[in-house]
Design a protein around this ligand. Structure first.
Ligand SMILES: Nc1nc2c(ncn2[C@@H]2O[C@H](COP(=O)(O)OP(=O)(O)OP(=O)(O)O)[C@@H](O)[C@H]2O)c(=O)[nH]1
Ligand SMILES: [Mg+2]
Length: 308
């Protein structure tokens, strides 16, 4: 099943699909002022971001003028092309994590509830299914249930989980897990972290420390800092990303809960504002509900009927 047929399933609960509204608009018959206003409104409502929405509309108007296009229907391909090239302007967009010497390290960060632990488990499963050896590190030592939650993912996927007790130093857990990954010749180490501590400053300091240890041990080439963002939060998740990016250099984004959002344009906002590639999107809570983010498929889906 393609990711967008899966999306169709997952999105049943969402009242008005963003893509549905866009597709309907392009099925209309003429370029009156209302068309352009409606298009801009829909882009903004889908959390594409104000600046980019205005820019897209202006450049589409320009194409209409230059190419003598007479109906919205004839503008579809141009629109798809613009969306795709906006996304593809960010290196690595829609591609899996780059190959590095083993063990590769994915440091999962993000605010609480964004889907770090779930995405770590899903990634473990995917890599395992590709025949890679994976280790999970429980560096969220703050929440009592966090280690347990990761261990359940470990059991589900048959992946070893390196953990210490609640309240232990997360950077020490990360260090231990790195050593374990090295000595086991693992292909991949996925480090889960906390999303909330007693206060915000502590969390950021803690993440910096974990990052510092992993950077020192694994080196820059092996280390991916993966920001996990909740798509339902729209522009707020973009703001979160900007905050995290001032603390640590973000190298990849996973956008979760895409099955629950009516604001699918947030991916364009992330591309524009952060210039960091979105590599996967979360489409549900089950282990297999994580898909590579395909830019072309995404852009095309915007033109394919309101029912999708
Ligand atoms: N529908 C849907 N739910 C998701 C997705 N990803 C995660 N979830 C759910 O979101 C909730 C939070 O996910 P977690 O993985 O525990 O989030 P976290 O970032 O680890 O949270 P903390 O450990 O508290 O910082 C869980 O109920 C997940 O099942 C997704 O792609 N779609
Ligand atoms: Mg967690």
């Amino acid at each position: 099943m393609s990711i967008f047929s899966r999306l169709k399933e997952g999105l049943k609960g969402v009242k008005e699909r963003w893509s549905g509204g866009i597709a309907r608009l392009f099925a209309g018959s003429s370029f009156d002022a209302a068309f352009w206003e409606e298009l801009e409104d829909r882009l903004i409502a889908g959390d594409v971001g104000l600046e980019l929405s205005e820019e897209l509309v202006a450049s589409l108007k320009e194409e209409v003028r230059k190419q003598g296009i007479t109906s919205p229907e004839a503008l579809r391909d141009v629109f798809v092309e613009k969306i795709t090239s906006e996304l593809n302007a960010v290196p690595g967009m829609g591609q899996p994590f780059p190959l590095t010497p083993a063990p590769q390290v994915l440091l999962m960060i993000g605010v609480n509830g964004s889907g770090k632990t779930t995405s770590a488990g899903k990634l473990a499963l995917q890599y395992k299914q590709q025949g890679k050896s994976v280790i999970l590190a429980a560096a969220d030592t703050f929440r009592a249930a966090a280690v347990e939650q990761l261990k359940i993912w470990g059991e589900r996927t048959g992946v070893r989980v390196v953990a210490q007790g609640q309240g232990s130093d997360p950077a020490a857990v990360a260090f231990d897990a790195w050593q374990a990954a090295r000595s086991a010749n693992a292909d991949l180490l996925i480090v889960d972290t906390a999303g909330r501590l007693h206060d915000k400053h502590n969390l950021m300091e803690e993440l910096r420390k974990i990052h510092r240890v992993l950077l020192r041990e694994a080196g820059e080439e092996r280390l991916q800092t993966v920001l996990v963002l909740d798509a339902v939060l729209g522009q707020n998740s973009v703001a979160q990303a900007e905050t995290f990016n001032t603390i640590l250099p973000i190298s990849s984004v996973i956008l979760t809960k895409y099955d629950n959002t009516a604001k699918g344009g947030v991916v364009l906002s992330i591309a524009r504002r952060l210039r960091v590639p979105v590599r996967y999107i979360g489409l549900g809570e089950a282990p297999e509900d994580l898909s590579p983010f395909d830019t072309m498929e995404f852009a095309r889906a915007l033109m394919e009927g309101e029912d999708r």
